[in-house]
Design a protein around this ligand. Structure first.
Ligand SMILES: Nc1nc2c(ncn2[C@@H]2O[C@H](COP(=O)(O)OP(=O)(O)OP(=O)(O)O)[C@@H](O)[C@H]2O)c(=O)[nH]1
Ligand SMILES: [Mg+2]
Length: 608
Protein backbone atom coordinates (compact mmCIF):
# COMPACT_ATOMS: atom_id res chain seq x y z
CA UNK A 1 0.00 0.00 0.00
CA UNK A 2 1.26 3.46 -0.86
CA UNK A 3 2.29 5.50 2.15
CA UNK A 4 -0.42 7.80 3.32
CA UNK A 5 1.86 10.76 3.86
CA UNK A 6 4.82 11.98 1.79
CA UNK A 7 8.23 11.32 3.20
CA UNK A 8 9.72 13.70 5.76
CA UNK A 9 12.22 15.16 3.36
CA UNK A 10 9.50 16.31 1.00
CA UNK A 11 7.50 17.94 3.77
CA UNK A 12 10.25 19.73 5.62
CA UNK A 13 11.89 22.65 3.96
CA UNK A 14 15.59 23.09 4.53
CA UNK A 15 15.35 26.54 6.00
CA UNK A 16 13.00 25.35 8.69
CA UNK A 17 14.87 22.22 9.62
CA UNK A 18 18.44 22.62 8.41
CA UNK A 19 19.77 19.90 10.67
CA UNK A 20 17.74 17.32 8.69
CA UNK A 21 19.33 18.38 5.48
CA UNK A 22 22.89 19.30 5.94
CA UNK A 23 24.20 15.89 6.61
CA UNK A 24 23.40 14.83 3.06
CA UNK A 25 23.89 18.39 1.65
CA UNK A 26 20.95 18.80 -0.70
CA UNK A 27 21.30 22.04 -2.61
CA UNK A 28 18.40 24.23 -3.42
CA UNK A 29 18.51 25.63 -6.89
CA UNK A 30 16.59 28.79 -7.27
CA UNK A 31 16.46 30.72 -10.48
CA UNK A 32 16.04 34.32 -9.68
CA UNK A 33 16.08 37.51 -11.61
CA UNK A 34 16.21 36.26 -15.19
CA UNK A 35 18.18 33.29 -14.06
CA UNK A 36 21.16 35.47 -13.36
CA UNK A 37 21.57 33.96 -9.96
CA UNK A 38 21.43 30.31 -9.27
CA UNK A 39 22.34 28.75 -5.97
CA UNK A 40 25.96 28.06 -5.80
CA UNK A 41 26.18 24.47 -4.78
CA UNK A 42 29.26 23.64 -2.93
CA UNK A 43 31.03 20.90 -4.84
CA UNK A 44 32.70 19.59 -1.73
CA UNK A 45 30.05 17.90 0.28
CA UNK A 46 29.96 18.74 3.96
CA UNK A 47 31.26 15.99 6.08
CA UNK A 48 29.29 15.00 9.13
CA UNK A 49 32.05 16.34 11.36
CA UNK A 50 31.60 19.83 9.86
CA UNK A 51 28.96 21.96 11.43
CA UNK A 52 28.90 24.81 8.88
CA UNK A 53 27.48 24.64 5.37
CA UNK A 54 30.75 25.29 3.56
CA UNK A 55 34.39 24.36 3.83
CA UNK A 56 35.43 27.31 5.90
CA UNK A 57 36.01 26.89 9.60
CA UNK A 58 33.18 27.77 11.91
CA UNK A 59 33.28 31.32 13.21
CA UNK A 60 30.92 34.12 14.18
CA UNK A 61 30.73 35.11 10.52
CA UNK A 62 30.39 31.53 9.32
CA UNK A 63 28.10 30.10 11.95
CA UNK A 64 26.25 26.80 12.17
CA UNK A 65 22.79 27.01 10.61
CA UNK A 66 21.19 26.86 14.03
CA UNK A 67 23.43 29.48 15.61
CA UNK A 68 21.26 32.53 15.44
CA UNK A 69 18.96 34.65 17.53
CA UNK A 70 15.44 34.97 16.19
CA UNK A 71 13.72 37.88 17.83
CA UNK A 72 9.97 38.04 17.50
CA UNK A 73 9.04 40.37 14.76
CA UNK A 74 5.87 41.46 12.98
CA UNK A 75 5.60 44.53 10.82
CA UNK A 76 1.85 44.37 10.30
CA UNK A 77 -1.07 44.10 12.64
CA UNK A 78 -4.79 44.62 12.46
CA UNK A 79 -6.58 45.68 15.60
CA UNK A 80 -10.20 46.18 16.46
CA UNK A 81 -10.62 48.91 19.04
CA UNK A 82 -13.59 49.04 21.34
CA UNK A 83 -13.80 52.30 23.26
CA UNK A 84 -15.73 52.02 26.52
CA UNK A 85 -19.42 52.92 26.56
CA UNK A 86 -20.61 55.46 29.09
CA UNK A 87 -22.27 54.33 32.30
CA UNK A 88 -25.97 55.10 32.72
CA UNK A 89 -27.34 57.73 35.06
CA UNK A 90 -29.13 56.60 38.20
CA UNK A 91 -32.75 57.10 39.29
CA UNK A 92 -32.83 57.42 43.03
CA UNK A 93 -34.50 59.51 45.72
CA UNK A 94 -33.35 60.52 49.13
CA UNK A 95 -34.91 58.43 51.82
CA UNK A 96 -34.42 59.16 55.43
CA UNK A 97 -36.29 58.66 58.62
CA UNK A 98 -39.36 60.86 58.54
CA UNK A 99 -38.57 61.78 54.93
CA UNK A 100 -39.98 58.96 52.81
CA UNK A 101 -40.19 60.98 49.59
CA UNK A 102 -36.96 62.95 49.48
CA UNK A 103 -35.58 64.80 46.45
CA UNK A 104 -33.98 62.93 43.54
CA UNK A 105 -30.33 62.05 44.14
CA UNK A 106 -29.28 59.67 41.34
CA UNK A 107 -25.63 60.07 40.29
CA UNK A 108 -24.39 60.46 36.71
CA UNK A 109 -22.81 57.60 34.82
CA UNK A 110 -19.04 57.61 34.32
CA UNK A 111 -17.56 58.29 30.88
CA UNK A 112 -16.23 55.31 28.96
CA UNK A 113 -12.49 54.85 28.47
CA UNK A 114 -10.86 56.05 25.25
CA UNK A 115 -8.15 54.43 23.15
CA UNK A 116 -4.99 56.30 22.25
CA UNK A 117 -1.88 55.49 20.30
CA UNK A 118 1.67 56.60 20.94
CA UNK A 119 4.93 55.93 19.12
CA UNK A 120 7.83 55.34 21.46
CA UNK A 121 11.46 54.40 21.18
CA UNK A 122 12.25 51.02 22.60
CA UNK A 123 9.46 49.25 20.73
CA UNK A 124 10.80 47.47 17.67
CA UNK A 125 8.03 45.23 16.49
CA UNK A 126 4.27 44.91 16.25
CA UNK A 127 4.19 41.22 17.12
CA UNK A 128 2.52 41.70 20.49
CA UNK A 129 -0.24 43.76 18.94
CA UNK A 130 -0.60 41.34 16.03
CA UNK A 131 -1.32 38.59 18.54
CA UNK A 132 -3.66 40.74 20.58
CA UNK A 133 -6.12 41.63 17.80
CA UNK A 134 -8.65 43.35 20.10
CA UNK A 135 -8.16 46.33 22.35
CA UNK A 136 -10.92 47.26 24.76
CA UNK A 137 -11.10 50.34 26.93
CA UNK A 138 -13.00 50.20 30.22
CA UNK A 139 -16.73 50.90 30.43
CA UNK A 140 -17.96 53.81 32.49
CA UNK A 141 -19.64 52.68 35.69
CA UNK A 142 -23.30 53.38 36.35
CA UNK A 143 -24.15 56.24 38.69
CA UNK A 144 -25.44 55.40 42.14
CA UNK A 145 -27.78 56.76 44.75
CA UNK A 146 -26.73 59.51 47.19
CA UNK A 147 -25.48 61.49 44.14
CA UNK A 148 -22.50 59.22 43.60
CA UNK A 149 -21.29 59.39 40.01
CA UNK A 150 -19.97 56.29 38.28
CA UNK A 151 -16.21 56.01 37.82
CA UNK A 152 -14.62 56.62 34.43
CA UNK A 153 -13.70 53.66 32.27
CA UNK A 154 -10.00 53.00 31.97
CA UNK A 155 -8.19 54.51 28.98
CA UNK A 156 -5.85 52.39 26.92
CA UNK A 157 -2.67 53.61 25.25
CA UNK A 158 -1.35 51.43 22.44
CA UNK A 159 2.41 51.80 22.22
CA UNK A 160 3.90 51.23 18.80
CA UNK A 161 7.43 51.52 17.41
CA UNK A 162 8.48 54.77 15.79
CA UNK A 163 7.92 54.36 12.04
CA UNK A 164 4.44 52.88 12.34
CA UNK A 165 1.70 53.91 9.97
CA UNK A 166 -1.87 53.73 11.25
CA UNK A 167 -4.71 53.35 8.78
CA UNK A 168 -8.37 53.19 9.67
CA UNK A 169 -10.20 50.42 7.88
CA UNK A 170 -13.66 50.55 9.37
CA UNK A 171 -15.55 52.49 11.98
CA UNK A 172 -18.87 52.29 13.76
CA UNK A 173 -19.81 55.41 15.64
CA UNK A 174 -23.25 54.86 17.22
CA UNK A 175 -23.46 58.46 18.44
CA UNK A 176 -22.82 59.86 14.95
CA UNK A 177 -25.30 57.35 13.48
CA UNK A 178 -27.86 58.30 16.09
CA UNK A 179 -27.35 61.96 15.31
CA UNK A 180 -27.90 61.28 11.61
CA UNK A 181 -31.07 59.28 12.28
CA UNK A 182 -32.31 62.04 14.55
CA UNK A 183 -31.62 64.72 11.97
CA UNK A 184 -33.37 62.71 9.29
CA UNK A 185 -36.33 62.19 11.62
CA UNK A 186 -36.51 65.90 12.43
CA UNK A 187 -36.33 66.77 8.75
CA UNK A 188 -39.17 64.36 8.05
CA UNK A 189 -41.18 65.80 10.93
CA UNK A 190 -40.72 69.32 9.56
CA UNK A 191 -41.67 68.25 6.08
CA UNK A 192 -44.81 66.49 7.30
CA UNK A 193 -45.84 69.49 9.35
CA UNK A 194 -45.34 71.78 6.36
CA UNK A 195 -47.38 69.51 4.11
CA UNK A 196 -50.08 69.25 6.76
CA UNK A 197 -50.24 73.01 7.13
CA UNK A 198 -50.55 73.45 3.39
CA UNK A 199 -53.25 70.77 3.22
CA UNK A 200 -55.23 72.42 5.99
CA UNK A 201 -54.97 75.83 4.35
CA UNK A 202 -56.17 74.37 1.07
CA UNK A 203 -58.99 72.56 2.80
CA UNK A 204 -60.06 75.67 4.63
CA UNK A 205 -60.11 77.51 1.35
CA UNK A 206 -62.26 74.78 -0.29
CA UNK A 207 -64.65 74.76 2.66
CA UNK A 208 -65.00 78.52 2.49
CA UNK A 209 -65.74 78.38 -1.22
CA UNK A 210 -68.25 75.55 -0.81
CA UNK A 211 -70.10 77.31 2.01
CA UNK A 212 -70.13 80.53 0.07
CA UNK A 213 -71.26 78.99 -3.22
CA UNK A 214 -73.56 76.09 -2.23
CA UNK A 215 -74.17 76.47 1.46
CA UNK A 216 -72.84 72.87 1.86
CA UNK A 217 -70.71 72.14 4.90
CA UNK A 218 -68.15 69.40 4.23
CA UNK A 219 -68.03 68.65 7.95
CA UNK A 220 -70.78 66.16 7.33
CA UNK A 221 -70.63 62.41 7.02
CA UNK A 222 -69.97 61.32 3.46
CA UNK A 223 -69.83 57.91 1.80
CA UNK A 224 -66.33 57.00 0.78
CA UNK A 225 -65.26 54.00 -1.27
CA UNK A 226 -62.32 52.05 0.07
CA UNK A 227 -59.68 50.49 -2.11
CA UNK A 228 -61.43 47.08 -1.80
CA UNK A 229 -64.65 48.58 -3.14
CA UNK A 230 -66.56 48.56 0.18
CA UNK A 231 -68.29 51.74 1.15
CA UNK A 232 -68.08 53.32 4.53
CA UNK A 233 -69.03 56.54 6.16
CA UNK A 234 -66.35 59.04 6.84
CA UNK A 235 -66.23 62.45 8.26
CA UNK A 236 -64.19 64.67 5.99
CA UNK A 237 -62.73 66.47 8.97
CA UNK A 238 -61.53 63.19 10.45
CA UNK A 239 -58.52 63.27 8.10
CA UNK A 240 -57.18 66.15 10.06
CA UNK A 241 -56.93 64.04 13.13
CA UNK A 242 -54.62 61.52 11.55
CA UNK A 243 -51.73 60.98 13.81
CA UNK A 244 -48.70 62.68 12.41
CA UNK A 245 -46.50 61.93 15.39
CA UNK A 246 -43.63 59.64 14.54
CA UNK A 247 -41.70 57.95 17.26
CA UNK A 248 -38.72 59.98 18.36
CA UNK A 249 -35.67 57.78 17.71
CA UNK A 250 -34.02 59.20 20.80
CA UNK A 251 -36.79 58.02 23.05
CA UNK A 252 -34.95 54.84 23.93
CA UNK A 253 -32.09 56.90 25.36
CA UNK A 254 -34.19 57.21 28.45
CA UNK A 255 -33.80 54.90 31.36
CA UNK A 256 -36.95 54.34 33.36
CA UNK A 257 -37.61 53.58 36.95
CA UNK A 258 -37.64 49.81 37.46
CA UNK A 259 -41.13 48.43 37.47
CA UNK A 260 -42.53 50.78 34.83
CA UNK A 261 -44.47 48.99 32.16
CA UNK A 262 -43.94 49.43 28.44
CA UNK A 263 -47.26 51.20 28.05
CA UNK A 264 -46.37 53.60 30.79
CA UNK A 265 -43.09 54.17 29.09
CA UNK A 266 -44.76 54.87 25.78
CA UNK A 267 -47.17 57.31 27.31
CA UNK A 268 -44.55 59.03 29.46
CA UNK A 269 -43.81 62.55 28.58
CA UNK A 270 -40.07 63.19 28.65
CA UNK A 271 -38.38 66.57 28.72
CA UNK A 272 -36.17 67.40 25.71
CA UNK A 273 -33.01 65.35 25.73
CA UNK A 274 -30.04 67.51 26.71
CA UNK A 275 -27.29 67.74 24.13
CA UNK A 276 -24.12 66.08 25.38
CA UNK A 277 -20.72 66.56 23.87
CA UNK A 278 -17.86 64.18 24.20
CA UNK A 279 -15.09 65.33 26.43
CA UNK A 280 -12.65 64.19 23.73
CA UNK A 281 -13.50 64.96 20.14
CA UNK A 282 -13.58 61.84 17.98
CA UNK A 283 -11.10 62.35 15.08
CA UNK A 284 -12.83 62.44 11.68
CA UNK A 285 -12.72 59.34 9.49
CA UNK A 286 -10.55 57.95 8.05
CA UNK A 287 -7.71 58.17 10.52
CA UNK A 288 -4.27 58.09 8.89
CA UNK A 289 -1.21 58.62 11.03
CA UNK A 290 2.41 58.42 10.06
CA UNK A 291 4.21 58.09 13.36
CA UNK A 292 7.70 58.68 12.04
CA UNK A 293 8.72 60.50 15.22
CA UNK A 294 8.09 59.64 18.84
CA UNK A 295 4.73 61.17 19.76
CA UNK A 296 5.10 63.59 22.68
CA UNK A 297 1.65 62.68 23.94
CA UNK A 298 -0.87 59.93 23.14
CA UNK A 299 -3.03 60.52 20.07
CA UNK A 300 -6.75 59.78 20.33
CA UNK A 301 -8.13 57.04 18.10
CA UNK A 302 -11.48 56.07 19.61
CA UNK A 303 -13.29 58.25 22.12
CA UNK A 304 -15.23 56.67 24.96
CA UNK A 305 -18.99 57.21 25.30
CA UNK A 306 -20.40 60.02 27.43
CA UNK A 307 -21.96 58.91 30.72
CA UNK A 308 -25.73 59.22 31.23
CA UNK A 309 -27.36 61.82 33.49
CA UNK A 310 -28.94 61.00 36.83
CA UNK A 311 -32.56 61.92 37.60
CA UNK A 312 -31.81 65.18 39.50
CA UNK A 313 -30.96 66.76 36.11
CA UNK A 314 -34.59 66.47 35.01
CA UNK A 315 -36.32 67.99 38.00
CA UNK A 316 -38.73 70.67 36.81
CA UNK A 317 -42.18 71.96 37.56
CA UNK A 318 -43.60 69.40 35.14
CA UNK A 319 -41.48 66.60 36.66
CA UNK A 320 -40.91 67.34 40.35
CA UNK A 321 -39.98 63.69 40.96
CA UNK A 322 -38.46 62.48 37.68
CA UNK A 323 -38.50 58.75 37.42
CA UNK A 324 -36.12 58.71 34.52
CA UNK A 325 -32.43 59.17 33.82
CA UNK A 326 -30.46 58.81 30.58
CA UNK A 327 -28.42 55.88 29.38
CA UNK A 328 -24.71 56.24 28.71
CA UNK A 329 -23.63 56.69 25.08
CA UNK A 330 -22.42 53.76 23.07
CA UNK A 331 -18.78 54.15 22.05
CA UNK A 332 -16.82 53.99 18.84
CA UNK A 333 -15.63 50.68 17.43
CA UNK A 334 -12.81 50.98 14.96
CA UNK A 335 -10.63 48.63 12.96
CA UNK A 336 -7.14 49.87 12.25
CA UNK A 337 -4.20 48.50 10.34
CA UNK A 338 -0.72 49.08 11.64
CA UNK A 339 2.24 48.91 9.34
CA UNK A 340 5.78 49.28 10.57
CA UNK A 341 8.41 50.79 8.34
CA UNK A 342 11.68 50.34 10.09
CA UNK A 343 13.65 53.50 10.44
CA UNK A 344 17.13 52.14 9.86
CA UNK A 345 19.93 54.34 8.59
CA UNK A 346 21.02 51.78 6.00
CA UNK A 347 18.92 49.24 4.16
CA UNK A 348 20.64 46.16 2.72
CA UNK A 349 19.06 45.24 -0.58
CA UNK A 350 20.09 42.10 -2.42
CA UNK A 351 19.13 38.88 -4.06
CA UNK A 352 18.53 35.83 -1.89
CA UNK A 353 21.75 34.24 -0.67
CA UNK A 354 23.84 37.24 -1.67
CA UNK A 355 25.42 37.46 1.77
CA UNK A 356 23.43 40.29 3.37
CA UNK A 357 23.07 38.61 6.74
CA UNK A 358 26.75 37.66 6.84
CA UNK A 359 27.58 41.28 6.10
CA UNK A 360 25.32 42.44 8.91
CA UNK A 361 27.05 40.04 11.28
CA UNK A 362 30.42 41.34 10.08
CA UNK A 363 29.66 44.99 10.73
CA UNK A 364 27.45 44.71 13.80
CA UNK A 365 26.87 42.50 16.77
CA UNK A 366 23.81 40.96 15.14
CA UNK A 367 23.27 37.23 15.37
CA UNK A 368 21.03 37.04 12.35
CA UNK A 369 20.65 33.67 10.67
CA UNK A 370 23.04 32.73 7.87
CA UNK A 371 22.63 29.76 5.57
CA UNK A 372 23.56 28.71 2.11
CA UNK A 373 20.02 28.65 0.75
CA UNK A 374 17.61 31.25 -0.52
CA UNK A 375 15.36 32.99 1.97
CA UNK A 376 17.37 32.21 5.05
CA UNK A 377 16.20 35.53 6.36
CA UNK A 378 12.45 35.51 6.68
CA UNK A 379 12.04 38.65 8.73
CA UNK A 380 13.91 41.94 8.76
CA UNK A 381 16.78 42.18 11.21
CA UNK A 382 18.16 45.40 12.55
CA UNK A 383 21.79 45.59 13.54
CA UNK A 384 23.48 48.51 15.25
CA UNK A 385 26.96 49.43 14.13
CA UNK A 386 28.80 50.97 17.05
CA UNK A 387 31.35 53.57 16.06
CA UNK A 388 33.01 53.97 19.45
CA UNK A 389 36.45 53.14 18.16
CA UNK A 390 36.04 55.23 15.10
CA UNK A 391 38.42 58.19 14.90
CA UNK A 392 39.63 60.82 12.43
CA UNK A 393 36.19 61.49 11.02
CA UNK A 394 35.17 65.15 10.65
CA UNK A 395 32.72 66.12 13.33
CA UNK A 396 29.84 67.42 11.27
CA UNK A 397 27.28 67.42 14.01
CA UNK A 398 28.72 70.31 15.95
CA UNK A 399 28.13 72.73 13.12
CA UNK A 400 24.90 71.04 12.03
CA UNK A 401 23.08 69.81 15.11
CA UNK A 402 20.32 67.36 14.29
CA UNK A 403 16.84 67.58 15.64
CA UNK A 404 16.30 66.55 19.22
CA UNK A 405 13.92 63.83 18.00
CA UNK A 406 16.75 61.94 16.42
CA UNK A 407 17.45 58.92 18.59
CA UNK A 408 21.04 58.84 17.38
CA UNK A 409 21.76 62.36 18.40
CA UNK A 410 23.81 62.36 21.51
CA UNK A 411 22.85 64.54 24.40
CA UNK A 412 25.50 67.17 23.74
CA UNK A 413 25.06 67.07 19.97
CA UNK A 414 28.26 65.03 19.77
CA UNK A 415 29.47 63.10 16.77
CA UNK A 416 27.68 59.99 15.62
CA UNK A 417 28.48 56.94 17.67
CA UNK A 418 26.28 54.40 15.94
CA UNK A 419 24.04 53.74 13.00
CA UNK A 420 21.48 51.06 12.29
CA UNK A 421 21.38 48.62 9.41
CA UNK A 422 18.29 46.72 8.25
CA UNK A 423 18.82 43.32 6.67
CA UNK A 424 15.68 42.36 4.78
CA UNK A 425 14.79 39.09 3.02
CA UNK A 426 16.18 38.72 -0.49
CA UNK A 427 14.34 40.19 -3.46
CA UNK A 428 13.47 38.17 -6.52
CA UNK A 429 12.09 39.22 -9.86
CA UNK A 430 8.53 40.45 -9.42
CA UNK A 431 9.06 41.23 -5.73
CA UNK A 432 7.04 44.41 -6.21
CA UNK A 433 4.16 42.19 -7.37
CA UNK A 434 4.42 40.27 -4.12
CA UNK A 435 6.55 37.44 -5.46
CA UNK A 436 8.86 35.80 -2.99
CA UNK A 437 8.98 37.64 0.30
CA UNK A 438 9.77 40.92 -1.40
CA UNK A 439 6.88 43.29 -1.15
CA UNK A 440 6.21 42.58 2.47
CA UNK A 441 9.66 43.91 3.27
CA UNK A 442 10.43 46.42 0.53
CA UNK A 443 8.68 49.01 2.66
CA UNK A 444 11.58 48.86 5.10
CA UNK A 445 13.86 50.06 2.33
CA UNK A 446 11.59 53.00 1.74
CA UNK A 447 12.59 54.72 4.93
CA UNK A 448 16.29 53.86 5.06
CA UNK A 449 18.46 56.91 4.55
CA UNK A 450 21.12 55.09 2.59
CA UNK A 451 20.74 51.96 0.46
CA UNK A 452 23.48 49.36 0.25
CA UNK A 453 23.01 46.94 -2.64
CA UNK A 454 24.65 43.67 -1.71
CA UNK A 455 25.80 41.79 -4.80
CA UNK A 456 27.35 38.35 -4.87
CA UNK A 457 30.33 38.63 -7.23
CA UNK A 458 30.37 34.88 -7.73
CA UNK A 459 26.75 34.68 -8.89
CA UNK A 460 26.95 35.88 -12.45
CA UNK A 461 27.01 39.32 -13.98
CA UNK A 462 27.03 41.86 -11.14
CA UNK A 463 25.85 44.72 -13.37
CA UNK A 464 22.77 42.76 -14.40
CA UNK A 465 22.06 41.83 -10.79
CA UNK A 466 22.28 45.50 -9.76
CA UNK A 467 20.02 46.57 -12.61
CA UNK A 468 17.45 43.94 -11.70
CA UNK A 469 17.47 45.03 -8.07
CA UNK A 470 17.01 48.68 -9.01
CA UNK A 471 14.27 47.67 -11.41
CA UNK A 472 12.32 45.97 -8.61
CA UNK A 473 12.92 48.78 -6.16
CA UNK A 474 11.95 51.37 -8.79
CA UNK A 475 8.72 49.57 -9.65
CA UNK A 476 7.88 49.26 -6.00
CA UNK A 477 8.48 53.00 -5.44
CA UNK A 478 6.28 53.82 -8.41
CA UNK A 479 3.54 51.59 -7.06
CA UNK A 480 3.76 53.25 -3.65
CA UNK A 481 3.53 56.69 -5.24
CA UNK A 482 0.37 55.66 -7.03
CA UNK A 483 -1.06 54.28 -3.80
CA UNK A 484 -0.22 57.50 -2.04
CA UNK A 485 -1.96 59.52 -4.72
CA UNK A 486 -5.07 57.35 -4.48
CA UNK A 487 -5.12 57.75 -0.73
CA UNK A 488 -4.74 61.49 -0.98
CA UNK A 489 -7.56 61.64 -3.50
CA UNK A 490 -9.78 59.58 -1.23
CA UNK A 491 -9.09 61.84 1.74
CA UNK A 492 -10.12 64.89 -0.27
CA UNK A 493 -13.73 63.70 -0.54
CA UNK A 494 -15.90 66.19 1.28
CA UNK A 495 -19.18 64.60 2.35
CA UNK A 496 -21.43 67.58 2.71
CA UNK A 497 -24.05 66.38 5.20
CA UNK A 498 -25.91 69.60 5.66
CA UNK A 499 -29.31 68.52 6.90
CA UNK A 500 -29.83 71.37 9.32
CA UNK A 501 -30.54 74.16 6.87
CA UNK A 502 -33.20 72.77 4.57
CA UNK A 503 -34.20 69.57 6.24
CA UNK A 504 -33.02 67.64 3.22
CA UNK A 505 -29.90 65.56 3.45
CA UNK A 506 -27.66 66.21 0.50
CA UNK A 507 -24.98 63.61 0.03
CA UNK A 508 -22.86 65.42 -2.48
CA UNK A 509 -19.34 64.18 -2.62
CA UNK A 510 -16.98 66.76 -4.00
CA UNK A 511 -13.52 65.84 -5.11
CA UNK A 512 -10.80 68.38 -5.29
CA UNK A 513 -8.77 68.47 -8.47
CA UNK A 514 -6.04 65.83 -8.30
CA UNK A 515 -2.58 67.29 -7.97
CA UNK A 516 -0.72 66.99 -11.21
CA UNK A 517 2.43 65.06 -10.51
CA UNK A 518 5.52 65.55 -12.50
CA UNK A 519 5.03 62.57 -14.78
CA UNK A 520 6.40 59.05 -14.63
CA UNK A 521 10.01 60.02 -14.22
CA UNK A 522 9.21 61.88 -11.00
CA UNK A 523 7.44 58.94 -9.44
CA UNK A 524 9.88 56.59 -7.79
CA UNK A 525 12.09 59.41 -6.58
CA UNK A 526 11.25 58.53 -3.01
CA UNK A 527 13.77 55.69 -3.25
CA UNK A 528 15.92 56.70 -6.21
CA UNK A 529 16.84 60.00 -4.56
CA UNK A 530 18.52 58.21 -1.65
CA UNK A 531 22.31 57.93 -1.54
CA UNK A 532 23.40 54.39 -2.40
CA UNK A 533 26.43 52.22 -3.01
CA UNK A 534 27.20 48.63 -3.88
CA UNK A 535 28.74 46.07 -1.56
CA UNK A 536 30.41 43.57 -3.87
CA UNK A 537 30.61 40.62 -1.57
CA UNK A 538 32.21 37.17 -1.69
CA UNK A 539 35.29 38.78 -3.21
CA UNK A 540 37.36 35.97 -1.66
CA UNK A 541 35.98 33.49 -4.17
CA UNK A 542 38.07 32.83 -7.30
CA UNK A 543 37.40 34.61 -10.60
CA UNK A 544 35.37 37.41 -9.17
CA UNK A 545 37.74 40.22 -10.00
CA UNK A 546 36.69 40.67 -13.62
CA UNK A 547 33.09 40.87 -12.54
CA UNK A 548 33.98 43.50 -9.96
CA UNK A 549 35.91 45.60 -12.47
CA UNK A 550 32.98 45.57 -14.87
CA UNK A 551 30.67 46.65 -12.05
CA UNK A 552 33.06 49.43 -11.05
CA UNK A 553 33.23 50.68 -14.65
CA UNK A 554 29.45 50.71 -14.87
CA UNK A 555 29.11 52.67 -11.60
CA UNK A 556 31.71 55.29 -12.55
CA UNK A 557 29.86 55.76 -15.86
CA UNK A 558 26.68 56.44 -13.84
CA UNK A 559 28.52 58.94 -11.63
CA UNK A 560 29.89 60.74 -14.70
CA UNK A 561 26.43 60.82 -16.24
CA UNK A 562 27.44 58.68 -19.23
CA UNK A 563 24.99 55.94 -18.28
CA UNK A 564 21.55 56.56 -16.80
CA UNK A 565 20.76 55.65 -13.23
CA UNK A 566 19.74 51.95 -13.14
CA UNK A 567 16.25 52.84 -11.91
CA UNK A 568 15.65 55.07 -14.97
CA UNK A 569 14.28 57.81 -12.72
CA UNK A 570 15.22 61.39 -13.54
CA UNK A 571 16.89 63.25 -10.70
CA UNK A 572 18.05 60.06 -9.01
CA UNK A 573 21.10 60.21 -6.73
CA UNK A 574 24.26 59.69 -8.82
CA UNK A 575 26.75 61.84 -6.91
CA UNK A 576 29.28 59.13 -6.11
CA UNK A 577 28.18 55.62 -6.94
CA UNK A 578 30.76 53.33 -5.39
CA UNK A 579 31.36 49.60 -5.33
CA UNK A 580 33.20 48.26 -2.31
CA UNK A 581 34.65 44.76 -2.57
CA UNK A 582 34.39 42.76 0.64
CA UNK A 583 34.68 39.27 1.93
CA UNK A 584 32.14 39.39 4.70
CA UNK A 585 32.76 35.83 5.76
CA UNK A 586 36.37 36.72 6.56
CA UNK A 587 35.53 40.19 7.80
CA UNK A 588 37.76 41.70 5.09
CA UNK A 589 36.94 45.13 3.69
CA UNK A 590 33.98 45.64 5.99
CA UNK A 591 35.60 48.64 7.68
CA UNK A 592 35.39 50.48 4.38
CA UNK A 593 31.65 49.87 4.37
CA UNK A 594 31.36 51.54 7.75
CA UNK A 595 33.48 54.51 6.67
CA UNK A 596 31.57 54.94 3.44
CA UNK A 597 28.18 54.69 5.16
CA UNK A 598 29.09 57.23 7.81
CA UNK A 599 30.30 59.58 5.07
CA UNK A 600 26.99 59.27 3.22
CA UNK A 601 24.95 59.69 6.39
CA UNK A 602 26.86 62.82 7.31
CA UNK A 603 26.46 64.18 3.80
CA UNK A 604 22.77 63.49 4.15
CA UNK A 605 22.73 65.52 7.37
CA UNK A 606 24.45 68.41 5.60
CA UNK A 607 21.96 68.26 2.75
CA UNK A 608 18.99 68.57 5.07
N1 LIG B 1 32.85 32.79 0.38
C1 LIG B 1 32.00 33.65 0.93
N2 LIG B 1 30.81 33.22 1.28
C2 LIG B 1 29.96 34.09 1.83
C3 LIG B 1 30.31 35.46 2.02
N3 LIG B 1 29.26 36.09 2.57
C4 LIG B 1 28.30 35.17 2.72
N4 LIG B 1 28.71 33.97 2.29
C5 LIG B 1 27.93 32.73 2.29
O1 LIG B 1 26.80 32.90 1.48
C6 LIG B 1 25.71 32.17 2.01
C7 LIG B 1 24.51 33.07 2.15
O2 LIG B 1 24.78 34.04 3.12
P1 LIG B 1 23.63 34.83 3.86
O3 LIG B 1 24.31 35.89 4.64
O4 LIG B 1 22.72 33.93 4.57
O5 LIG B 1 22.89 35.44 2.61
P2 LIG B 1 21.59 36.36 2.59
O6 LIG B 1 21.76 37.36 1.51
O7 LIG B 1 21.33 36.87 3.95
O8 LIG B 1 20.50 35.32 2.15
P3 LIG B 1 18.92 35.42 2.34
O9 LIG B 1 18.68 35.74 3.77
O10 LIG B 1 18.44 34.10 1.96
O11 LIG B 1 18.45 36.47 1.41
C8 LIG B 1 26.18 31.59 3.34
O12 LIG B 1 26.53 30.25 3.15
C9 LIG B 1 27.41 32.42 3.67
O13 LIG B 1 28.35 31.65 4.41
C10 LIG B 1 31.61 35.88 1.63
O14 LIG B 1 32.00 37.02 1.74
N5 LIG B 1 32.40 34.93 1.09
MG1 LIG C 1 19.78 36.72 5.14
Amino acid sequence: MAPRYPSTSSILTPFLYPSFFFTSTPRVTCAVLNGSLSKRSSSTSTSSSRSTVNDLPESRLNPKPDDYAAPNFADKAQLTLYAGRGGSGCISFLREAFLPDGPPNGGDGGAGGSIFIQAAHGETSLHKLARRRFVRAGRGKTGQGSSRSGTRGEDVVITVPVGTIVREVERTDPVADEELTFRAWRALQKQRKREERERLEQKEETRRLLVEDNGWDPDTVVEVEDSDGSKRSRNVAEEEEEDLELDDPRRDKWLLYPGMSKTEMRSSNFPPLPTRTRYLQQPPAPVYLDLSKPSPRPILLAAGGVGGLGNPHFTSRAHPRPIFATKGDEAVTMTIQLELKLLADVGLVGLPNAGKSTLLRAISNSRTRVGNWAFTTLQPNIGTVVLDKYSGRPDLRRSHPRSSDDPDADAQGDSRTRFTVADIPGLIEGAHLDRGLGIAFLRHVERARVLAFVIDLAAGNAVKALQSLWHEVGLYAQMRDEEEQDRELGSRVDWNLDTESDGQGSLDATWAEPAVEGGKSQSGLRIAAKPWYVVATKADLPETQANFLELKKYLSAITKGETPHPSGVDGAWVRDCAAIPVSAINGQGVDRIIHWTVGLLDEDVLDQ
